[in-house]
Ligand binder design. Sequence first.
Ligand code: ADP
Ligand code: MG
Length: 357
Amino acid sequence: METTVFRLEGVTKRYGDLVALDNVSLDVGVNEYVSFLGPSGSGKTTLLRVIAGFETPEVGRVFFEGRDITYQPAHERGIGFVFQNFALFPHLTVIGNVGFGLAHGKTPVAPAEVDRRARKMIDLVGLSGMEDRGVDQISGGQRQRVALARTLAMQPKLVLLDEPLGALDANLRGRMRNELRAIRERLGVTFLHVTGSENEALAMGDRVVVLDRGRIIQSGRSDEVYDTPASPDVAHFLNRFNLFEGRLADARFTGPFGSVAAPVARRSDRDIYAVRYDRMRVLPAQAATDGPALKATFVASEYLGSSIMNFFETADGKVVEMEHHLSLGAPDTYEAKRDYILTWNPDLAIVFGREGR
Ligand code: ADP
Ligand code: MG
């Protein structure tokens, strides 16, 4: 049984002197949902463009369903693409947009069949009843769904999404995430989803691939990446960890919170101590603790729906974040400008360093 639907082998893509993709290899399975995460300029869009066939790599190969498609034109690949700045046809209705590719594609589809398939996709993205509206008579979020339905109507085996939810407000984004997942499950297609948002990547993906400067720096199940980032850079991009500089020596890490045992450390070119936001605990300033103790002043908190983020600042101006999941009960409240001690269970910290392995 063929389980790999898509494969990149040692793909390098340059723009002049700039290496946008640097020896990228990747296998994607049937019916997988892969999220790509990375800072702006890390090569996410270039990667999708190579897969879609809008760019040809200088080095490496692209395989789709076992065939080498490195030099196959984009329109022959059967790969769907939803851009961040999707362009709908402004003079067409919702159904006109969704059916356009079917009606005008390489293989002609009878009008009744175009209509049937377009209606099915419109239903799938939750726009039933809006078939005959103009696309200027629906909201931004609904237009995004039309763009998605238009792509799905072509029945691609692989769908590429380049920050498709970036333009939506937070509320709508959450709903679209759930719908994308449901659509994927119903259609059994493989999704590759580029996102600038770590929350989205962790929420959406079976697998998260982290890119930095054109390279894959980690690829794994989203909970694995979240629990065990492979490097300080990954931990940084996940935006879920407080990172402290310091020194790792003789299985102890000495940082702004004192010196704590660090029996397990991952090899890295920098000594960095990482503690997830939701592992931090807050103690009164006078509290005695034999664990890590970071003096910090409470600044403000922010309500995020399912959790509360509390922001503290250390004497040298570093912001430290502490997340309280509301499922764990009502949050404590802290007084602005007051000093506290932040601590955590050192077994739950992730230590990187030159003496790690
Ligand atoms: P991302 O989508 O992760 O923000 P991109 O794939 O768009 O990153 O870009 C990766 C790098 O390649 C960036 O440094 C970008 O400036 C460069 N780049 C992308 N497209 C082009 C292009 N057509 N010409 C020149 N440089 C480009
Ligand atoms: Mg991009």
